[in-house]
Design a protein around this ligand. Structure first.
Ligand SMILES: [Zn+2]
Length: 220
């Protein structure tokens, strides 16, 4: 049902991503035990990112779509290296609190606390929390997919990342992405942590449950 809706409603990149997510969800290994755990993420990153990281960005609400668009922009327009890390972080409720509650004792129970924790594990000097996408979701998501896209300035996101990466190696992660939901009237809207039992529509793209990690660094 979801797939057939997606086929009629969504254009090519989204359709491809959905099929890929379907695959991830159907994997035989358990998803949440490791993939939904901030400690496990920090451990994985400290072992797999070989390059010293200077700054860590927690990008609230940044979904796979903006990450992929940013990779393309940073590579082609800015001649930066931009690499998506081979790790899918799973956030089952699709909300910030799921992540911020995992901040360990010495850190604030917030996304800022979590980014500080990850930065220290990676021995990065600096960290920052960016809330731009989350704000756009809350301000314009309900008004519909088209209105949301009109207000979401992906170039601004990529441009900011480019500026930060010009001063050293940047690692970007997000706490959740967003869901694209088809309501009963046949309109698409955007939210995060959409609850299936809420009954107002059908989730076409459950991107708030998945988040990703991007590493950006200067070419030389
Ligand atoms: Zn939010």
């Amino acid at each position: 049902m979801l797939l057939s809706l997606a086929r009629t409603r969504l254009k090519e990149p989204l359709r491809g991503i959905m099929l890929w997510m379907d695959n991830v969800l159907n994997r035989s290994t358990p998803l949440v035990v490791k993939e939904g755990n901030v400690e496990a993420l920090a451990k994985f990153l400290s072992e797999s990112v070989k390059r010293p990281v200077d700054k860590v960005v927690a990008h609230d609400g940044l979904s796979l779509l903006e990450m992929v668009a940013s990779v393309a922009y940073l590579r082609s327009r800015k001649a930066l290296h931009a690499v998506l890390v081979d790790y899918t972080f799973v956030n089952p409720p699709g909300i910030t609190r799921y992540v911020s509650e995992q901040a360990t004792q010495n850190y604030r129970q917030s996304l800022t606390g979590v980014v500080q924790m990850i930065a220290q594990r990676l021995r990065a000097k600096d960290y920052i929390r960016v809330s731009y996408v989350d704000q756009i979701i809350h301000k314009y998501g309900e008004a519909g997919w088209t209105v949301f896209l009109e207000h979401l300035d992906v170039e601004r996101i990529a441009e900011e990342l480019s500026e930060l990466a010009s001063r050293g190696c940047l690692l970007v992660f997000s706490d959740h992405g967003y869901d694209v939901v088809l309501d009963e009237e046949g309109n698409l809207f955007v939210t995060h942590g959409y609850r299936l039992e809420a009954g107002r529509g059908r989730v076409i793209l459950p991107l708030s449950r998945f988040s990703f990690v991007l590493v950006v660094f200067p070419a030389s």
